[in-house]
Design a protein around this ligand. Structure first.
Ligand SMILES: Nc1ncnc2c1ncn2[C@@H]1O[C@H](COP(=O)(O)OP(=O)(O)O)[C@@H](O)[C@H]1O
Ligand SMILES: [Mg+2]
Length: 223
């Protein structure tokens, strides 16, 4: 992910307008599928693009990720959880995201701040206040130009994960996951211009068609 060597091989690189785009949704919604399709589409069109996952994306952040997702960490408090997320996020923003954006490059995020609002703010019940503070403190308040929310019913998402070994969040209760889903929908309603909400039950190519259209609008390309 975010492998710079891919870009160095490209001779004809397009002039970019820095764009910061996040993908959100519950586990199994199809975010990673879509963000990867967009990443390859952008690279194939000659853009300089990076894809980072959260938590993760730097050496330190990936170590924090393994603590956060470890199912053995049953005693982790919601406060520890949110602080670890923002520690991972600050490292990623400082080391990779902000420098790429200041070079005028495109940054795609497989989860970002809205995940914390939905999972820790709503799912764990921490509320908005600590999240607003931490977002400002750890990210400088940098917001994505576009957030794609892949939404779908819990049952569909759970069916898709049925053959997978589940991590700490994937094995959470249905009530928790439903709060997270509703948390996302609330965020999307509050900021309709930033959010693109898509039906995750549709075939991947159909979902991607809508994302590609919006992406091309952001890039100033009409199709
Ligand atoms: N639109 C879709 N329709 C049906 N299955 C999908 C779709 N998108 C993704 N999948 C499948 O669902 C599973 C979860 O997708 P993934 O992209 O990893 O979701 P997430 O990153 O949101 O957890 C994968 O097995 C993937 O192949
Ligand atoms: Mg994923």
């Amino acid at each position: 992910m975010g492998d710079d060597s891919i870009h160095e091989e490209r001779k004809e690189v397009k002039t970019n307008r820095a764009l910061f785009i996040s993908f959100e949704g519950i586990d199994g919604s199809g975010k990673s599928t879509q963000v990867q399709m967009l990443y390859h589409y952008l690279l194939n069109s000659g853009h300089v693009a990076h894809l980072f996952r959260e938590p993760g994306g730097t050496a330190i952040s990936e170590k924090i990720r393994s603590i956060l997702l470890d199912k053995a960490n049953t005693e982790m408090t919601p406060t520890t959880e949110v602080l670890l997320y923002y520690a991972s996020r600050n490292q990623l923003m400082t080391e990779k995201v902000l420098p790429a954006l200041s070079r005028g490059e495109i940054v795609l995020m497989d989860r970002f701040v809205d995940s914390s609002f939905a999972y820790q703010g709503v799912g764990r019940g921490l509320g908005k206040r600590p999240l607003n503070f931490l977002t400002k403190f750890a990210t400088g308040g940098k917001k994505p130009e576009l957030t794609v929310l892949v939404d779908l019913p819990l049952e569909t998402a759970e069916d898709r994960l049925s053959n997978k070994t589940l991590d700490r969040f994937e094995s959470e209760s249905r009530a928790f996951k439903e709060r997270v889903r509703q948390g996302y929908l609330y965020l999307a309603k509050r900021e309709p211009d930033r959010y693109l909400v898509l039906d995750g039950r549709l075939p991947p190519e159909e979902i991607f068609g809508v994302i590609k259209k919006r992406m091309n609008q952001l890039l100033g390309i009409s199709d």
